[in-house]
Design a protein around this ligand. Structure first.
Ligand code: SF4
Length: 452
């Protein structure tokens, strides 16, 4: 585990032109899994936040979700405001009655995940994340065939050929090119396979950008390309209905460039791959990279893990030995299909939902029956939707890691755990704090029920 050695610093700024603000430098942004750590964020009177130099629309959209009202966020039970103590009591009673609860969304950090796992073990809950489909595809491919990953710093310092498969990173990760490639004087080829070039790529100095087979079916492309990577001659693959001769020749030429490159990185986004069998595509991409490593250096970079997906998955895996989509009961049961949130809700297989949405914009509650008891630990902006649901809905506003509390998140390239510092301090509890209190209440509730 790697921890960043630099701690962010805060200063108070004020001048005639601007209202007073405190500014945190070297702040780490928690709003996508790139976890950019080179930012300065301003916290203004009233709770407004701004990062004017960041040039990131995703960050700007997230920061627009924070304001003065957050500090006044109230808990609720049904349609009525209440205090934290009452909300926790109701939530514990609700979980004590549940036979098969689902803990969904799970948009939190490492500490939140640790606390949620303990609570799940206490009530036999199923764990799934908001990005469970993309996570599960990656996990299935890893379990079946292994993986060959690289890191953002390897891309920055070594990659002379970067191949993007079916993705344009700046759509979801606006600063990807700025953070990985822009600052380096190294000459590189950027090849987009199965899509048009990313609009952010042509602006890079020293980079030659091209697209190949932009409209091809991704399954056809990877079937052909992985066969070529294993040494099949293009001539042996030509003429088939699914493999036009020009596709075979184009991919053979790309394979030759990989063989001649010093270091190839193959970038993909699990969430951008077509479902429901994205795992097959991920397997093929890693097969190509593994084959390349017999003679040259190459690695895959998977972009994903937002809203704490990677962090929660890693935490649950080290605590239980199994990834998300696990039923935390005796015995533990992991099933990426059976424990999919959408399926569980559609089939009425759960009797309570705990929904965690601590980042912004916050993940809204899914469409669920009005009878299904729900506990929402979320951004204060979710309060109205929770109250509108009425009935057995408990809402507790929580802090966002990196905004109103510290925390830790895993970066998209896996082994790096990044500490987060609060940009402001609205008086909201962290997910870990609330869940620890809820676990204590649940244990007390159980003890009370067992009294003669
Ligand atoms: S690219 Fe992601 S981590 Fe970086 S500033 Fe934008 S939202 Fe934040």
């Amino acid at each position: 585990m790697h921890l960043s050695p630099t701690a962010p610093s805060s200063t108070r700024l004020s001048d005639a032109a601007r209202p007073a603000a405190s500014i945190t430098r070297d702040w780490t942004c928690p709003f996508c899994a790139l976890l950019c750590d080179d930012l300065a964020i301003e916290s203004h009177e009233g709770g407004r936040l701004a990062a004017p130099a960041a040039n990131c629309p995703r960050l700007a959209q997230a920061l627009a979700c924070y304001g003065e009202a957050d500090a006044r966020g109230r808990c609720s039970v049904g349609a009525n405001d209440t205090d934290l103590d009452t909300a926790l009591t109701h939530a514990a009673q609700l979980l004590a009655k549940a036979q098969r609860p689902l803990f969904g969304s799970l948009a939190t950090d490492v500490a939140g995940a640790r606390a949620l796992y303990t609570l799940a073990a206490g009530c036999g809950a199923i764990l799934d994340h908001l990005h469970g489909d993309a996570l599960s595809a990656a996990t299935l491919a890893l379990q079946d065939r292994g993986a060959f990953f690289t890191t953002l710093s390897e891309v920055r310092t070594r990659a002379d050929l970067v191949v993007f498969f079916g993705c344009q990173p700046s759509r979801r990760y606006p600063r990807f090119f700025e953070r990985t490639l822009a600052a380096s004087p190294m000459a590189r080829d950027l090849v987009f396979v199965g899509c048009e070039p990313d609009v952010a790529a042509p602006g890079l100095a020293q980079a030659r950008v091209e697209a190949i087979l932009p409209d091809a079916d991704p399954f056809d492309t990877l079937a052909l390309w992985s066969a070529l990577s294993e040494g099949r001659a293009p001539g042996a693959l030509r003429g088939g209905a699914a493999h036009p001769a020009d596709a075979a020749g184009t991919l053979a030429a790309l394979q030759a460039r990989i063989a001649a490159a010093r270091y190839t990185v193959l970038v993909y986004e699990p969430a951008a791959l077509p479902g429901p069998h994205a795992a097959l595509l991920i397997e093929a991409l890693h097969r190509i990279v593994k084959a390349a490593n017999r003679t040259v250096r190459a690695g895959c970079l998977a972009l994903g893990g937002d809203e704490g997906a990677l962090s929660v998955n890693q935490t649950v895996t080290w605590l239980s030995g199994l990834p998300l989509r696990t039923h935390v009961a005796a015995p533990l049961d992991h099933n990426p299909h059976r424990y999919r949130t959408a399926r569980l809700l559609a089939n009425g297989e759960i009797d309570a939902l705990l929904w965690v949405a601590s980042f912004a914009p916050p993940a809204a509650l899914p469409e669920i029956s009005g009878d299904l008891p729900a506990i929402v630990l979320g951004h204060p902006a979710l309060a109205q939707a929770a109250k509108a649901r009425g009935g057995a809905t408990v809402f507790i506003p929580v802090a966002t890691p990196g905004i109103d509390c510290g925390g830790h998140l895993f970066r998209t390239d896996g082994p790096v755990v990044t500490p987060l510092a609060a940009a402001r301090r609205a008086p909201l509890p962290s997910v870990a704090t609330v869940v620890a209190q809820l676990t204590a209440r649940l244990n007390a509730e159980r003890t009370a029920q067992e009294q003669p």
